[in-house]
Design a protein around this ligand. Structure first.
Ligand SMILES: [Zn+2]
Length: 133
């Protein structure tokens, strides 16, 4: 273990992390209003319902914003700078932030097409993105 941040697995997030372990990026779905959203709520942010499902996404999306990190936030990240953080709008319409890998941070731009990939981080497979066509 490298000292990097590790997400917490709990009753709300377990099904999401089970998905990433299978190579799936999943979204919560609301069984009342059909909203889709990230995993970390136990209720629908649109209608408040606690009747939730979960479904796999395509894992593909488009970069809508990004930043290149030059100063590591923690010592554990010192070997990785510079690296880019991207805000990705998944093709399913939900935005999420992650690292982008397998590319020069200077090549990252708004509108870039990306696909999910996973990095082993402690007990979880953490979603990251890489360029795609
Ligand atoms: Zn809802």
């Amino acid at each position: 273990m490298s000292g990097k941040l590790v997400p917490e697995i709990n009753d709300v997030t377990r099904e999401y992390w089970e998905g990433t372990a299978l190579g799936e990026l999943r979204l919560r779905t609301c069984l009342s209003c059909d909203a889709k959203f990230r995993f970390n709520h136990g209720w629908c942010p649109q209608c408040g319902s606690a009747e939730l499902g979960m479904e796999a996404t395509s894992g593909k999306g488009t970069v809508t914003n990004y930043t290149v990190i030059h100063v590591p936030p923690y010592e554990a990240y010192a070997a990785e700078v510079p690296y880019a953080l991207v805000l990705v709008e998944l093709d399913e319409g939900v935005r999420m932030m992650a690292n982008i890998v397998d590319c020069d941070p200077a090549s990252v731009g708004i509108g870039m097409r990306v696909e999910v990939t996973f990095e082993e981080r402690g007990p979880v497979m953490l979603p990251q993105f890489r360029p795609s066509n």
